[in-house]
Design a protein around this ligand. Structure first.
Ligand SMILES: Cc1cc2nc3c(=O)[nH]c(=O)nc-3n(C[C@H](O)[C@H](O)[C@H](O)COP(=O)(O)OP(=O)(O)OC[C@H]3O[C@@H](n4cnc5c(N)ncnc54)[C@H](O)[C@@H]3O)c2cc1C
Length: 382
């Protein structure tokens, strides 16, 4: 006999677990998270750099971050495990005058939403962050409410609470078909032939979102791209307390990781693939780029590194909603490198959509239908 559920969530990463937790907390019964892997949150969610920030192009994205930041801050009281939120701040640097004009405009919008974004001149930068060597910098923003948190702890907190609330998290459960009848989703079929029925199916498959969407006949423009992160040996030549520091032209960034420095880059010349191996070429490109604006890193050696997949949409903004042509099929995908910080709000709005409530944030910027028209790319792409 087929297993029957009220909601199936495909993917046990941060987004799927957040949807499961938020739904279960609303009292929705019989929820199953179907995860193809032998562990939950071992895909992109295990490879995140843990950054949490408020500077985005769309006001809705800013509000997503605000919800996430508050949840991470209060995580221990709510879930019994700390999300280790360290509000070390974010500094975004740019050498591009046009981008700078946009950043200044966006700072007004962000401040109107209660985000304390500061505008920094090149002189402010030199005074405050002497480790940055960027003579061509035009300006920078700083937000002291941004920081870093622990994605593993967050995934664990949600999974544990979801299970306590009755959610089934099924591992080794790869979805290979999505069934429908009379234009309504009816369930899924697993690789071993098991049928699981449900009137609601959520695609939270991260970098595999396009494939899972295609199983339902829904075209989701999400492509996987490799992103690499490396950690240096102990670095005494840089301040012990420093913000996440990012430059937007080559998309490289550094932050403290204990006594070491963590660094990464979203190499725009890299083509889409599912490769999660680090290699010498990407390391050398990253090191060369970072050394050009943080020369003190010359003294560091690389201790370890890893690569994971960004799940990238055409405008670097998530795609969230219910398929118009297939009622009951929902998606929360394409987070484009922001899926940790936006997973709390994504889970909440998907749960609100499923239970028929008005989402707490305007979801227009996340609509799949936006791609019928030219869209504006996110300004803060890293
Ligand atoms: C190097 C790197 C650094 C990053 N840094 C940050 C950061 O600083 N801040 C930030 O907010 N974000 C960051 N991100 C992005 C963030 O990690 C992702 O956006 C987020 O983890 C996406 O979560 P997810 O649940 O959608 O995807 P995933 O964690 O990949 O989960 C999707 C799950 O779906 C499962 N799945 C796929 N297909 C199927 C199927 N057919 N059946 C069953 N299960 C299936 C997969 O096995 C996987 O477990 C970073 C990502 C990388 C790679």
């Amino acid at each position: 006999m087929a297993d029957t559920r009220d909601v199936i969530i495909i993917g046990g990463g941060l987004v799927g677990l957040s949807v499961a937790y938020h739904l279960a907390e609303k009292g929705v019964p019989r929820i199953a998270v179907l995860e193809r892997d032998a562990m939950w949150a071992r895909g992109s969610s295990a490879r995140s750099a843990g950054g949490v920030r408020h500077e985005f192009f769309h006001p809705s994205s800013v509000r997503f971050s605000q919800y996430g930041f508050k949840m991470f801050r209060d995580f221990e009281a709510q879930f019994g495990i700390s999300a280790s939120l360290n509000p070390c701040g974010y500094v975004f640097l740019t050498r591009d005058q046009q981008r700078w004009n946009t950043m200044v405009e966006l700072a007004s919008m962000q401040r109107s939403l209660g985000v304390p974004v500061e505008i920094l001149t090149p002189d402010d930068l030199r005074r405050r962050y002497g480790y940055i060597h960027m003579p061509e910098v035009v300006g920078a923003t700083f937000c002291g409410q941004d920081g870093v948190a622990d994605p593993g702890a967050v995934a664990y907190g949600w999974a544990r609470r979801a299970r306590e609330l009755g959610v089934q998290i099924r591992l080794h459960a790869e979805v290979t078909a999505i069934t429908q009848s009379d234009g309504q989703v009816t369930g899924v079929v697993l690789q071993d032939g098991t049928v699981v029925k449900a009137p609601v199916v959520v695609n939270a498959a991260g970098p595999q979102a396009r494939y899972v969407g295609a199983l339902a006949g829904i075209a989701l423009p999400v492509e996987p791209y490799r992103r690499s992160v490396y950690v240096t040996s102990a670095m005494t030549a840089l301040p012990t307390e420093m913000p996440m520091t990012l430059e937007l032209e080559h998309t490289s960034y550094i932050r403290r990781e204990g006594r070491s420095i963590l660094m990464g880059m979203s190499d725009p010349s890299e083509s889409s693939s599912e490769c999660v191996e680090t290699d010498q070429e990407s390391l050398e490109k990253l090191v060369g780029t970072v050394l050009s604006w943080v020369p003190a890193l010359e003294q560091a050696s690389i201790m370890r590194g890893w690569a994971g997949l960004y799940e990238v949409s055409p405008d670097d903004t998530a795609i969230i909603g219910e398929a118009k042509s297939l009622p009951g099929f929902y998606y929360a995908v394409g987070f484009s490198g922001h899926g940790f910080m936006h997973s709390p709000a994504a889970g909440r709005v998907v749960a609100e959509l499923i239970t028929g409530e008005t989402p707490f944030v305007d979801l227009t910027p996340f609509a799949l239908e936006r791609f019928q028209y030219p869209t504006t790319r996110e300004t803060f792409v890293i």
